[in-house]
Design a protein around this ligand. Structure first.
Ligand code: ZN
Length: 141
């Protein structure tokens, strides 16, 4: 299996996860992200208490890549502190801009580190980063 196939397979697997879709009882922050060029329209719902992301889910519809990226992101950030989240978001955005990032920091992104493969696909970058920008807005509120 070559890297492209592995990448596609992982994207499709993550796009089919439904565990992270839905509302959160007692949600504290909600942020909508819209990507007109593709049609992705996702709303990130979170519950942040005592400086920790207690729960994270999303609503709406997006393409396979934006949905997979959102699921990968949620998997990483549930249970993280707001401070850790800000640090990891910086690692992610640096990675997506193809800046130099510490290998150990990239590992903390889990399967989301695979999304780096989209950095040279301008049409796909917005799909990949949509919900990550929503999370960025949320933790900076
Ligand atoms: Zn998309």
């Amino acid at each position: 299996m070559n890297l492209d196939t592995l990448y596609q397979k992982t994207i499709l697997e993550y796009a089919s996860i439904i565990d992270y879709k839905g509302e959160i009882k007692g949600a504290t922050h909600i942020e909508r992200g819209h990507n007109p060029s593709c049609g992705d329209d996702l709303t990130l719902v979170s519950k942040i208490e005592n400086g920790v992301i207690q729960d994270l889910k999303f609503l709406g519809r997006g393409c396979a890549i934006s949905t997979a990226s959102t699921n990968m992101m949620i998997e990483v950030f549930i249970g993280k502190t707001v401070t850790e989240t800000k640090e990891l978001l910086k690692v992610f955005f640096d990675m997506m801009e193809n800046k130099e990032v510490d290998e150990n920091d990239v590992l903390k992104l889990g399967d989301a580190s695979l999304l780096k493969f989209a950095y040279n696909m301008p049409a796909r970058i917005k799909c990949v980063t949509l919900s990550w920008h929503c999370l960025e807005v949320i933790v900076n509120k």
